[in-house]
Design a protein around this ligand. Sequence first.
Ligand code: SAM
Length: 285
Amino acid sequence: MNRRSLLLGSAAALLASPARAAVPKPYDWAAAPPMDSREAFVAWMQANRGEDPKFLGRRYDKFLDLVKLQDLWDAPTKRAYLMTPREEFVTAKNIEKAYQTHFMDIGFGVTITGPHSVCRMTNVLEISRGDKVLEIGNGSGYQSAVLSNLTDKVWTIEIIKPLFERTGAIYDRLIKAGYSEFAAITRKNADGYYGWEEAAPFNKIIVTCGIDHVPPPLLQQLKPGGLMVIPVGPPGAQHVLKIVKEVGEDKAIKVVRSDIYKGAIVNFVPFTKLVGEVVKGTHSN
Ligand SMILES: C[S@@+](CC[C@H](N)C(=O)[O-])C[C@H]1O[C@@H](n2cnc3c(N)ncnc32)[C@H](O)[C@@H]1O
């Protein structure tokens, strides 16, 4: 066994894999779980998705916090959060903490983003079904899983190869179990600084690693009128910016930036760089 398969093997052993039966009903874009009662939500999800009531209850409790703290506000994004089994994307040692507030270690020196940041960043993008969305930093796979409950056109890039492969196996297992929405996620192992030229342009881009500037290729691959959310700033002290790409009548491009946390600092893992086949250093200047 070489070093890479050892790494992959040990990483696989650390994965959470809640015991589950197949999803009982086919995916229906028109269907949404009840949002006004914990009991009704858990019952609907058990009947339609076949999930564990323990995690469903925790998902609903976190939902109430997310709404109260204004990290989650519109109906499609609420539905996407409630439909996505976060417990499937954390590591085995953290499964009981799947719905805690903070980001958590997922191995390889990186983290699964906390649910509050995932929801606020997703909701800011105002994703409609049919939008083409690009994520930079697939990581655990959770963020793209949420996106696939908003649109059937999701692309995502992850720079760490063994993590990319491990997350691919999670999606494959869940698709087999009946989570057909995850089949809409197209993935590649690459340096996301350069975006995904062949699939561009995108209506929306979400960057889940921190950098000190907006990568020009990502701005270029955003459609006129498109939105991007991206943590920008020095290491460990980013501001999460909403970027709107406006194109004037004279065809001049104007970029309008606002801070989705009104000045608060949020930490993200660094936007790293691929040198040959090795992840080395970052794209920050
Ligand atoms: C906060 S973590 C994971 C967030 C992920 N969306 C999730 O929900 O688990 C950020 C991810 O960005 C990845 N990353 C960092 N630099 C990257 C780059 N240049 N291209 C693609 N992915 C990158 C990291 O390897 C890491 O998996």
